[in-house]
Design a binder for this molecule. Sequence first.
Ligand SMILES: C[S@@+](CC[C@H](N)C(=O)[O-])C[C@H]1O[C@@H](n2cnc3c(N)ncnc32)[C@H](O)[C@@H]1O
Length: 283
Amino acid sequence: VVALSRAIEHARPARTRIVDDPYAEWFLRPSMRAALASWKIGGPTSRVVDRLDPGGNTFVVCRHRFIDDHLLGSLDAGIQQVLILGAGYDMRAWRFRQQLEGRAVFEVDLQAIGDRKARVLERHRRELEPIDRHRVVIDFEVQTLADALVPAGFAAGTPTFVVWEGVAPYLTRSAVKDTLTSVASLVGIGSRLAMDLWYVVDDPSPRGSLVRSAPSALSLIGEPVTFPMHPEEAGFFLGRFGWEIVDLADGPDLKRRYAGGRSLAPSVYLVTAALMAPGRPCP
Ligand SMILES: C[S@@+](CC[C@H](N)C(=O)[O-])C[C@H]1O[C@@H](n2cnc3c(N)ncnc32)[C@H](O)[C@@H]1O
């Protein structure tokens, strides 16, 4: 679904794209390719998507762009490796192969999704330049990152840019806490963590009720949203693991920065945090 959002964005005229992922459509199943082929701004497919999911599509591309911007800033500032947790069909390893200048990218995900990505990449191998990318299989709910990453060549204690995109809201609170603890103990001081979060809006109007019911609707595609965190509380929560927020963008910020007049899902936001203290286990 998120690859479809990025593929739809790629179908827009270049000057109006919030993010550009030319690889996204490789990962679409036939039904989604058909939807994409019939995509036209204001056309029937776009009207159906907007009706079913007002602004969710725009949030997905704003999220990718926000993380891209922070990643590029960190690469310029000398970050030494990239860790993508729940990488799915993230193609930053190729999209930013020039800016990465040979720095390693570790893509962590469940076995099944990583296998499918590997099959798609194999199909397109002639179009892909060689890069320093490592695939690491893990289930955050039952394994620790260090056990999986270090044997794969991850340099522990090194300043790292960590992407955690479209994952934490779907995990249990204890899995989120365990992953934050593992990441903080694995990467070096000065590392960056970019992630998205969502919260339960307190708007009492019927629209607020609709917004509150949207996460439950995601259960229908097998991704129940389980971990809420209000933006006012995010700094305190991440701080318990040694992370200090350096940027937080909520709906109005994302509209100002990227989305302009496009509708944007409320109740979702993005943060980038810097690791200021050595990682410590959090109760
Ligand atoms: C919504 S997708 C986001 C993918 C990618 N980060 C992106 O934005 O394109 C969520 C990803 O998290 C992964 N994921 C979910 N639960 C996980 C778990 N327990 N352990 C490891 N990966 C998990 C899924 O396999 C999937 O690739």
